[in-house]
Ligand binder design. Structure first.
Ligand code: LLP
Length: 422
C-alpha cells in the first residue's frame, strides 16, 4: 500500500478503482508483497540451513489464486482438513508436498486423509491404532505439544502448553514413536505448532530447543532417523503502527544454530527443516476496502462502515487491532471516534476512541490493514450480510479472484418442508 497525495493505492491501483469496479467491502491482495514476504523469509532460513522448505498453511487465506502464488514460490501446503487437501489437489499438489495436520479427526477424515496419500501428521497417539485400521501411512509424523506456546493475539491462539487442545503430550513422545515403529512404520517426521503471531525472534529458537529435546531423545533411543522436522507457523507481523516487526534473519539464524546443536547433541542425521507459516506471507499483503455509510453523534461519534464483524471477525473474536485509513484524508487533523459495521451485535462496534481524520464523511473509502490472513476465511453470513469479493492486484492490473456472494447464497441448499410452505 502507498499513499500518494492522500490517495491510497494498493500496488499501483487506486482504491477508488477497486471500490468503483468491485464494490465494497472487498478483500484486496498485493501479489508482489506476498512474493516478497515469502522470498525474504525463505532466503533467511535457507541461508542458515540448506535443506529447508516452507509449507503454506492454506487455512489463513484459501483462495486458490493466492495459494498458486505460494506454490509458484516453492511452498508445499499445510492442510487442516480433508477439504484443504482437496484444495491442494486443485493446485496440482499432493503426496509429500502436502501435510495433513488435522485434530480430533473422525474416522471418515482419517480414511480420506490416508487415501489422499499426503503426509499424515497425528495430533495424538490415540489416533495411531485408528489410522492403522485403515492402512499404513508411508510417512508418519506426530504433532507434539512441547509444553509451551505463545502468541501476540493474547491467549486466543496459543496453541501449545497445558491449556491447548493440540498436540501429543510431551511425556508421550517416546511411546508414540515406539508404537509407530512397532506397527511397521519406517519413515518419520515430527511437528509442532506452538503459537501464532509471534514477533520475538528468540521465541522460535526457544521452542525449537523444547521440540528437539523431545525428538532427540526419541530418535536416539528408538534409532529413528527423522526425515523432516516441522517447526510450525507463527512468524508474526506487527498490527499496530510503529509496533516492531519480527527480525526474520535473526529468528532464522537462532533457530538454525539451535537446530544443528541439538542434532549433534542427540546424534541425529540432519533432516529436512520445515516451517508452515501463513500470516507472514499473506497477512500484511491483504487489505479490506470498505465504505463509510452512516455517521452518528450519540454518546460519542460513531462511524459506520460496511466492514462488520462478519467480514472481519478478528476484532470481535480476539479484540485484535486492525489499523484503518481513510482515503483522501490521511493528512487531516484527527479526532477519536468509534468504528462499527452494520451487524446487530454490539461486538460489531469494533474500535473505540480510534483517531480518524476529522472530516471523515459518508461515502469515504476506508482501507483496513493486515487483513490478508484469517480475514476472508473467517467471514460468515449473519444478518443477511454476505461474504465480500476478493481481488488480486499486481502493478496496475487488478483481477477478481472471488465473486461477492449474492442473495442466492443465503438460501442455497435450504429446503422448506411442504407442510411449512403453505
Ligand atoms: N500450522 C498449523 C498446524 C496451524 O494450525 C496454523 C495456524 C499455521 C500453521 C499457520 O500459523 P501462522 O503462521 O499463520 O501463525 N485465527 C487466528 C490465528 C489462528 C492460527 C491457527 N493455526 C488469528 O486470526 O490470529
Amino acid at each position: 500500500m502507498r499513499i500518494d497525495n492522500q490517495h491510497i493505492f494498493l500496488e499501483d491501483v487506486p482504491v477508488t478503482t477497486i471500490a468503483d469496479t468491485y464494490g465494497t467491502p472487498t478483500y484486496v491482495y498485493e501479489e508482489n508483497r506476498i512474493r516478497n514476504n515469502f522470498r525474504r523469509a525463505f532466503a533467511a532460513f535457507k541461508k542458515y540451513y540448506d535443506d529447508f522448505r516452507f509449507f503454506y498453511a492454506i487455512k489463513a487465506c484459501n483462495n486458490l489464486a493466492i495459494a498458486h502464488i505460494l506454490k509458484q514460490e516453492g511452498a508445499g501446503i499445510d492442510a487442516a482438513s480433508v477439504n484443504e487437501i482437496l484444495l491442494a489437489k486443485q493446485l496440482g499438489m499432493g503426496g509429500e508436498d502436502v501435510m495433513f495436520s488435522g485434530n480430533f479427526l473422525s474416522d471418515e477424515d482419517i480414511r480420506q486423509g490416508l487415501d489422499s496419500g499426503v503426509i499424515f501428521n497425528l495430533d495424538d497417539v490415540s489416533l495411531l491404532p485408528r489410522v492403522l485400521t485403515f492402512g499404513k501411512p508411508d510417512v508418519l509424523s506426530f504433532r507434539i505439544n512441547p509444553g509451551y506456546g505463545r502468541s501476540n493475539v493474547g491467549d486466543f491462539v496459543t496453541n501449545a502448553g497445558p491449556k491447548a487442545k493440540f498436540g501429543l503430550h510431551p511425556d508421550q513422545v517416546l511411546d508414540a514413536y515406539a508404537a509407530a515403529k512397532e506397527a511397521g512404520i519406517t519413515r518419520f517426521g515430527a511437528h509442532m505448532m506452538p503459537g501464532s503471531c509471534v514477533t520475538d525472534a528468540d521465541y522460535f529458537a526457544f521452542v525449537t530447543e523444547l521440540l528437539m529435546d523431545l525428538i532427540g531423545r526419541a530418535g536416539k533411543e528408538l534409532k529413528i532417523d527423522f526425515e523432516f522436522i516441522d517447526l510450525g507457523g507463527g512468524l508474526g507481523i506487527p498490527y499496530k503502527p510503529h509496533e516492531p516487526g519480527l527480525h526474520i534473519e535473526e529468528a532464522a539464524k537462532k533457530v538454525a544454530i539451535m537446530f544443528k546443536e541439538k542434532l549433534d547433541e542427540y546424534g541425529l542425521r540432519p533432516p529436512r527443516l520445515m516451517m508452515e507459516p501463513a500470516r507472514y506471507f499473506t497477512g500484511d499483503a491483504g487489505y479490506l476496502v470498505g465504505r463509510v455509510h452512516a455517521i452518528k453523534d450519540s454518546y460519542t461519534r460513531i462511524v459506520g462502515t460496511d466492514i462488520g464483524m462478519n467480514v472481519l471477525a478478528r476484532p470481535a473474536m480476539y479484540d485484535a487491532y486492525h489499523h484503518i485509513y481513510v482515503n483522501g484524508r490521511e493528512d487531516e487533523p484527527r479526532k477519536p471516534v468509534g468504528l462499527c459495521g452494520q451487524i446487530c451485535e454490539n461486538t460489531d462496534y469494533w474500535a473505540r476512541d480510534r483517531e480518524l481524520p476529522e472530516g471523515t464523511q459518508i461515502g469515504d473509502i476506508v482501507v483496513v490493514e493486515n487483513a490478508g490472513a484469517y480475514g476472508y476465511v473467517m467471514s460468515y453470513q449473519y444478518n443477511g450480510r454476505l461474504r465480500p469479493a476478493e481481488v488480486l492486484v499486481n502493478g496496475r492490473e487488478h483481477y477478481l479472484i472471488r465473486e461477492r456472494e449474492g442473495f442466492e447464497e443465503l438460501t442455497r441448499g435450504v429446503h422448506v418442508p411442504e407442510h411449512l410452505a403453505l
